[in-house]
Ligand binder design. Sequence first.
Ligand code: 4AD
Ligand code: MG
Length: 431
Amino acid sequence: MEKIMIQDMPKHIGETVKIGAWLANKRSSGKIAFLQLRDGSGFVQGIVVKAEAGEALFAKAKGLTQETSMYVVGEITKDERSTFGCELQVKEIEVIHAAEDFPITPKEHGTEFLMDNRHLWLRSRKQHAIMKIRNEIIRATYNFFNERHFVKVDPPILTGSAPEGTSELFHTKYFDEDAYLSQSGQLYMEAAAMALGKVFSFGPTFRAEKSKTRRHLIEFWMIEPEMAFIEHDESLKVQEEYVAYLVQAVLANCQVELERLGRDLTKLEKIKAPFPRISYDEAIEFLHEKGFDDITWGDDFGAPHETAIAEHYDMPVFITCYPVGIKPFYMQPHPDRDDVVLCADLIAPEGYGEIIGGSERIHDYDLLKQRLAEHKLDEEAYAWYLDLRKQGSVPHSGFGLGLERTVAWISGAEHVRECIPFPRLLNRLYP
Ligand code: 4AD
Ligand code: MG
């Protein structure tokens, strides 16, 4: 007998098949039992009718505990109401392992309890849907950049220098030397762009941020494209096309998951390039008009400011040209002003905050050297990075998209902790 996955059942209507499954949930009366079965690829309802199945099989079905693993043999019948359009008329059940007291019962649980049981919580329908959407965003990322002939490059995780400032670094020993866990692969990606033209990375990054918000993780995954001969405006075009591509890919390939999460699709369907752009100056003016008197020119935005700006649009919005004082050392100055730099943050709609940070990079040797000094960074540690500016330096731009924040926005999750399999948070290194 053929062993199949639940997702392939619609192709086997009328056939008797075998599946490996866990019992997600169960309802039963004296005559009929409904088994909610899951195998990772999907969920399907198995039906055991006492009159047809016989006493023994019916009693076995009724006695199954939540999360028991088993092989189930049954005939696939059509059922328009279910997700995959079919159900399973159960004929045999072979229990592999009977689960004991599964803690995540189908009722409300507190967040800390769920996080302590993350290894089991992952099995729930909502978490399953978010992980599938995360996977689709990763798949679409590779497609998008491969279609455009970007080369995937893997920057190191253990590093000796700090691109985004030194306060949030995880320190470790590297034999007798000091090392840090990577907070961004950008500097290495710049070197790679000078070798390969257009490159992108996808990997874990680490920030010892003391922020406890719905947008912050200690360990998160970032996609970092870097492009030689590409200026700021051209980079924004790539960013908006990429983000719109991700949304359209999830809409096309994760209908079941979006529906399970109750996501408002009309909000996602609108997401098409180009995205609106406002300058930092305009954003400050806008916030003052809205009554935010807690912010003045030169300050960085907080979550309430970003949310107020985002609420004004039904698209992600670029905030461009921030003051030089609140951005990292490597950003190219504005051609007509020395108080702002050629950069942009992309703010997601619906309060999800910044999903991309990007900029054009300084390609002039002397200016970069000056900036390192101004930021009190050790020139020796950045010698190789400066060296790039001596060997055929060109204008180049790049950006970093935070995977978990993007997953949170597209799936409509409340918190980034649900958007990574095993979140690392301020007070959590377990499980
Ligand atoms: O804006 P950031 O700090 O930019 C950089 O690291 C650049 N070097 C990227 C580049 O130009 N190659 O971080 C980029 C993105 C943010 O927009 C956000 O989406 C995400 O990374 N991010 C976080 N996500 C979750 N938790 C955190 N603590 C995050 N910090 C940044
Ligand atoms: Mg940023």
